[in-house]
Design a protein around this ligand. Structure first.
Ligand SMILES: Cc1cc2nc3c(=O)[nH]c(=O)nc-3n(C[C@H](O)[C@H](O)[C@H](O)COP(=O)(O)OP(=O)(O)OC[C@H]3O[C@@H](n4cnc5c(N)ncnc54)[C@H](O)[C@@H]3O)c2cc1C
Length: 439
């Protein structure tokens, strides 16, 4: 430990999109913050490979509210950041999102539609003819439920047409998620925040049941009255360091995930005319990428194996078989896609919670907070989650008993309720969660 450790109001562990947004939020509230990250720059953890889709297709009121509120930050980005960035500011590409409605009762898409109706989230209902008319490059055939090539059903022709899709025009994506973290860093720094890179936390330090700071691998030991764990797929390791892992009902672990990149379907200007889409019929989601490309992600269908890994030791090469499965699935919906020669894509990790819902909460150690378990779907919520964390931290540090009287706050853009208790570390596993993502 250094002899005169520097003192901060809050140390934030992790400069990914959620950690950097919390730094920006707290610095904007005049907190003296230090963000430490073992990487060399902001957003170099799982955020760098995020598909960064912004959409509202969640299965709960609370999740939908958080995402709807979160979208407003992307739309209002320059004002939210409040300063310039020598690397430039990100663009929000508002393509809209189409959620396909597969047949059957109780589908996730039907639940999404009901929530959008209830909450007044703008959307249109498209039948198969409208889908073809609006997006002629899509085949609205019915192919599901998702299967793998060793099942004959995988190879069969369409057995009908998708009856409906729900199109939310405000949805979209950010093409450079790492840049968004740099923007947040610059915004936070404009309010006095500090960021230390190459700074690996090796200990979360406590005294008398309260957090007092962290110790870094290089021996520096910044002190603070608040420490926030925003370490992404390493969140459980930081929780173990703080001695709170066992006391939390909901746990987190690292799930390996691939996203495949391909040139746009032939003859289609997908960058200009493409939408983001959630396709539970085929178990995929996709979105345009700049340079007239397309990203194809997995909706985690039950037939696909889930691969939980050590976040410091996992295979970072594209699995050729899974690439082919995903390309074949995507070709069903986008027949002009074809099979690219190069097997391109990324491999990264989700920090998955037991019910795929994040944990935004205090912990049993006073002053130690968590914004973790983002489960492959919280990029979009950086701004709204950071507001919740700011409100939570200020209330709890001001003496509020959030465990017995969970906070509900108003989203600063849309005024929707943000029910922080829904994201509790001690909730029961939520049986209504889709346990999967649409990006
Ligand atoms: C492939 C993929 C696709 C996704 N697609 C979408 C999408 O379309 N839409 C969406 O909303 N969400 C999506 N997500 C999820 C979203 O990207 C994440 O929820 C979000 O980026 C998490 O941000 P974070 O700041 O919590 O974590 P991270 O970005 O992982 O940041 C954590 C940081 O903590 C640092 N760290 C870890 N341990 C230590 C330590 N001991 N000391 C110091 N620093 C440490 C790491 O270096 C890292 O920079 C996707 C995620 C992945 C992986």
């Amino acid at each position: 430990m250094s002899e005169t450790p520097e003192a901060f109001d809050a140390v934030i562990i992790g400069a990914g999109v959620i950690g950097a947004a919390i730094a920006h939020e707290l610095a904007g509230r005049s907190w003296k913050t230090l963000t430490v990250d073992k990487a060399a720059s902001a957003g170099a953890g799982s955020t760098i490979n995020s598909c960064a889709i912004v959409r509202f297709s969640y299965s709960s009121v609370e999740g939908t509210n958080l995402a709807w509120e979160g979208m407003h930050y992307w739309k209002d980005w320059p004002a939210y950041i409040g300063t310039g960035d020598e690397l430039g500011l990100i663009d929000y590409h508002m393509t809209g999102q189409l959620v396909f409605q597969p047949p059957g009762e109780g589908t996730h898409a039907a639940r999404v539609k009901a929530l959008w109706d209830e909450m007044g989230i703008p959307h249109e209902t498209w039948d198969a003819d409208t889908i073809k008319e609006r997006l002629p490059y899509l085949d609205p055939g019915l192919f599901g439920p998702p299967t793998r090539p060793d099942d004959d059903a995988f190879w069969k022709d369409a057995h009908g047409a998708i009856e409906r899709g729900y199109f939310a025009p405000d949805a979209g994506y950010v093409s450079d998620p790492q840049l968004s973290c740099h923007n947040l860093q610059r915004g936070a720094e404009a309010n006095g925040a500090e960021f230390w890179f190459g700074a690996q936390v090796v200990s979360v330090d406590r005294a008398d049941g309260r957090v007092v700071g962290v110790t870094l691998a290089d021996g520096r030991a910044p002190r603070a009255k608040v420490v926030v764990n925003v370490a992404g797929p390493h969140s459980y390791i930081i929780n173990e360091m703080a001695g709170v892992y066992e006391s939390m009902n909901i746990k987190t672990k690292a799930l390996r995930h691939e996203v495949h990149h391909a040139p746009a379907p032939q003859g289609v200007d997908f960058e200009a005319d493409g939408v983001t889409a959630a396709d539970d019929d085929l178990g995929i989601y996709f979105r345009p990428e700049v340079g007239n490309h397309i990203l194809i992600g997995s909706g985690d269908p039950v037939c696909d194996e889930r691969e939980y890994v050590d976040p410091d030791d996992y295979d970072q090469t594209i699995n050729a078989e899974q690439w082919e499965v995903q390309m074949l699935r995507a070709n069903r919906r986008l027949p002009a896609l074809g099979m690219p020669h190069e097997k391109k894509g990324i491999v990264d990790l989700y920090d998955v919670s037991d019910d795929w819902i994040p944990i935004y909460d205090r912990t049993d150690v006073d002053g130690f907070f968590v914004a973790i378990g983002t489960s492959g779907n919280q990029y979009k919520n950086a701004g709204s989650a950071a507001q919740m964390m700011g409100d939570l931290i200020e209330a709890v540090e001001g003496g509020h008993d959030h465990d017995s009287d969970p906070l509900v706050v108003k989203g600063r853009y849309s005024g929707v309720d943000l029910d922080i208790g829904f994201f509790s570390r001690n909730r029961e596993i939520n049986p209504n969660s889709s346990m999967s993502v649409h990006g």
